[in-house]
Design a protein around this ligand. Structure first.
Ligand code: ZN
Length: 350
């Protein structure tokens, strides 16, 4: 190769690498502001495969950002939704979906090989990623008051079960994953339930009381994702089904999650039988109202202590085990197509 040609290819490659990067904060605290900043960078660098939208604003007025990963096409695709940080302190969950999104996009443009079939998946699926659906809560758990200073006094008056770093609720003390309108709000009551707004365990006065809950319900009602993975951070288990909705899925739900469990080493829980404990989660709402697959994925090993694993243990405790989990779900979803119940089979007819 002559020198000029070599220089041309060298610069071409160099500019591709220089423009498309890996941003994720693997080892330190990944704050809401840093995540949003990275989403904007990813959005500007990975065009035309991404579209960044604000799906609504939290109780304190912070944007809830959602990145759509897609490829241009005239045919319709199945929407998939990956959700992080509905529980504030569980910051591994936002790292999980951010890292997936960034490496998936690098794989799409051929700069990484983590997901070899990334481009093929985009022929069939549009992937929506919402890394922080409870931004007020995440900022409270990080004691990061920038931009929400005027709410600090009222937050500090809310019943605190443990230190601020263990904050799980939204900014007004409602546990979002106990506030969805799946028909179980009246019964929902667990051993950690609170009667008043609190840093965790308060289901709200009525279903869909929290602004964030309404935003997420509206978002799924419009998007109708065929599969939702909502990430949490304790126990390395999958909550894949509940007795209210089990019959809707023709066993596809347990088949898919069973395979994911075997391939990742994560434990598949039994069907959730008691709405008093399982009810009012995002996943329950989606199964009940849309009849689509929705799984609560609990990342990282269980410990006897309340606090989260250290920030710098994410790759070891989470990524090494479940980095492939989202695409295993996609693979298994496609493999079971023959068994899909009518609402999934006729997805594009409805
Ligand atoms: Zn959780």
């Amino acid at each position: 190769m002559n020198f000029r040609l070599f220089l041309f290819f060298f610069l071409l490659n160099f500019s591709a690498f220089a423009q498309k990067s890996y941003y994720i904060e693997d080892n330190l605290k990944y704050t809401n502001d840093a995540i949003n900043e990275d989403l904007y960078k990813i959005n500007s660098e990975f065009q035309p495969f991404v579209k960044l939208d604000t799906i609504g604003f939290s109780e304190f007025g912070l944007p809830i950002l959602t990145l759509k990963i897609h490829s241009e096409s005239t045919h319709k695709k199945y929407p998939i939704w990956l959700v992080g940080n509905i529980h504030a302190r569980e910051e591994y969950s936002s790292k999980m979906v951010m890292k997936f999104a960034n490496l998936f996009l690098l794989s799409v443009v051929g700069l990484d090989s983590t997901y070899e079939k990334a481009s093929q998946y985009l022929e069939l699926f549009d992937i929506y990623v919402s890394p922080v659906v409870n931004p007020d809560g995440l900022k409270i758990a990080h004691e990061d008051w920038a931009g929400i200073e005027q709410f600090k006094d009222s937050v500090l008056k809310i019943k605190l079960i443990d230190g601020l770093s263990a904050w799980k609720a939204n900014g007004l003390g409602v546990d979002l994953n106990s506030n969805f309108d799946d028909g179980n709000h009246l019964y929902k009551c667990t051993s950690i339930s609170q009667e008043v707004p609190a840093s965790e365990g308060y289901k709200g006065c009525f279903p869909a009381e929290a602004k964030e809950t309404i935003i997420l319900q509206n978002f799924v009602n419009e998007l109708n994702p065929i599969l939702t993975l909502s990430f949490h951070t304790k126990g390395n288990v999958l909550f894949w089904g509940d007795c209210d909705t089990y019959e809707k899925f023709n066993n596809v739900d347990s088949l898919i999650s069973g395979k994911v469990a075997r391939m990742t080493g994560i434990k598949m829980m039994n069907l959730s039988y008691n709405p008093i404990t399982y009810g009012c989660g995002l996943e329950n709402y989606i199964r009940a109202k849309l009849g689509m697959l929705a799984v609560c994925v609990e990342l990282s090993p269980m410990t006897s202590r309340r606090e989260q694993h250290p920030d710098n243990q994410f790759n070891k405790l989470v990524w090494s085990k479940v980095g492939q989990l989202p695409v295993i779900y996609l693979e298994e979803l496609l493999k079971t197509k023959e068994l899909w119940p009518s609402q999934m089979k006729d997805y594009f007819l409805n």
